[in-house]
Design a protein around this ligand. Structure first.
Ligand code: CP3
Length: 382
């Protein structure tokens, strides 16, 4: 089994598998070419182009998983909602009234996005690593539908929830039904893992999330149980919700960069942890990237860890920074680092023996001594 799938099912793998949210995107010149030619929505809806965008980062970097190129908004137009991108989603007629909610359709699962099934089949024919399918969580989809687009505080949506709890449940129920059908279709077409993006869960109070977030995310995740694919749940800015998130039927929880990885693990016992490098680190130089990656890898010891960013790759990221990160993560031997953590050198000074210092045996020759020393020092400083 691939290291990504092994880790997702709970194995403490010798190296941490790595993939990155938004690994297909504007930081890649080959992505920008496709986008200039076709536009974002057409890319999402044309299987050959969506498959090509999915494969671009996997061809360029030795990543351990691919994520389908598409968007969490994809299931909404078949429900009767018009969406543009600028570059984030814009809904010119937000869904706020009982009439608007009741006008929405719940399409059959094969009607939602047949082009996504075709894109998945195309990727599977050409992709050397597991393919992750995805959808937005009902609460996050409702956030965009009601707010009408992105916002710093989603005040319109939060106020609407407080004023219309019954209508909100109706909307969330419909979104849950559509999402379940959409994700079952993706698994049927060949997606080998599923990630639920609850990007805006963290804006809510614990009680708000308990009422409008958790039950619907749980229903989606529960409906995917028994399909043989690991389930990943991502909420951003949501450390206050970890006690609730820990109860979700997901094998993996993806965490943003605000909270230390070791503390995330303690807060959600039994969950595989995915994350959580600050995407801003990739705007730093090699030393910054190595330092942060090694600190994070050390924090991730003591259980399964899938290396990722805390949120998507930023458009200004140099592709060479992604290459550097993937390389550093793959060179880090988790068993060696764990042994060293349990039996540190008795003297204050370390020997800098690469075989005993967290780096895979055999790779050290490719490594200049300076880099090994600086990687270790970096980890010690933190
Ligand atoms: O991660 C990947 O590489 C797979 C593709 C993917 C996209 N969107 C492509 C995309 C995935 C998994 C998503 C999910 C998505 N879409 C989320 C959840 C993840 C998150 O960021 O929290 C959300 C909230 C959306 C809605 C959305 N779509 C936003 C906020 C934006 C604008 C973001 C930006 O980069 O400015 C989009 C557009 C979008 N989706 C782009 C890409 C590559 C940028 C489009 C462009 O090229 O201009």
């Amino acid at each position: 089994m691939s290291s990504f799938l092994s880790a997702a099912w709970g194995a403490d793998t010798p190296t941490a598998p790595i993939w990155l949210m938004r690994q297909a995107g504007r930081y890649l010149p080959e992505y920008r070419k496709l986008k200039e030619r076709y536009g974002f929505w057409r890319m999402c809806r044309t299987p050959e182009i969506a498959a090509e965008a999915t494969l671009q980062p996997v061809r360029r970097f030795p990543l351990d998983a691919a994520i389908l190129f598409n968007d969490i908004m994809t299931p909404l137009p078949p429900m009767g909602v018009d969406i543009d991108f600028d570059p984030g989603p814009v809904i010119r007629r937000p869904v706020r009234t009982p009439e608007a909610v009741r006008r929405l359709r719940v399409p059959a699962c094969d009607e939602v996005a047949p082009f996504v099934a075709d894109a998945i089949r195309l990727v599977r024919q050409a992709c050397p690593v597991p393919l992750i399918g995805f959808a937005g969580a009902p609460l996050t989809l409702a956030t965009y539908l009601v707010q009408g687009g992105g916002s710093a505080d989603y005040l319109e949506f939060r106020t609407w929830l407080l004023r219309n709890p019954g209508l909100a449940r109706e909307l969330l129920d419909m979104l849950t039904d559509v999402t379940i059908g959409y994700l079952r279709m993706q698994v049927g077409a060949g997606a080998q893992a599923i990630q639920i993006f609850d990007s805006w869960a963290g804006i809510h109070h614990e009680r708000g999330y308990a009422a409008f977030g958790l039950p619907y995310a749980a229903r989606v995740l529960d409906a995917l149980g028994g399909l043989g694919v690991p389930r990943i749940y991502l909420a951003v800015g949501a450390s206050h919700l970890y006690p609730q998130i820990a109860t979700l039927p997901a094998e993996v929880v993806s965490v943003d960069w605000r909270y230390g990885l070791n503390r995330c693990r303690q807060a959600m016992p039994g969950k595989v942890i995915q994350g959580n490098l600050d995407p801003a680190v990739l705007l730093g130089d090699d030393q910054v990237i190595d330092t942060a990656a090694v600190q994070l890898l050390r924090d991730g010891l003591g259980g399964a860890h899938i290396f990722n960013l805390g949120h998507g790759v930023l458009p200004a990221t140099p592709p060479a920074a992604v290459a550097r990160l993937v390389d550093t993560v793959h060179r880090f031997s988790r068993p060696a680092a764990l042994a060293e953590a349990k039996h540190p050198e008795p003297s204050g000074e370390r020997s800098f023996d690469p075989n005993g210092a967290g780096f895979t045996a055999g790779n050290e020759r490719k490594f200049c001594r300076h880099r090994i020393v600086s990687l270790l020092r970096a980890g010690e400083d933190g």
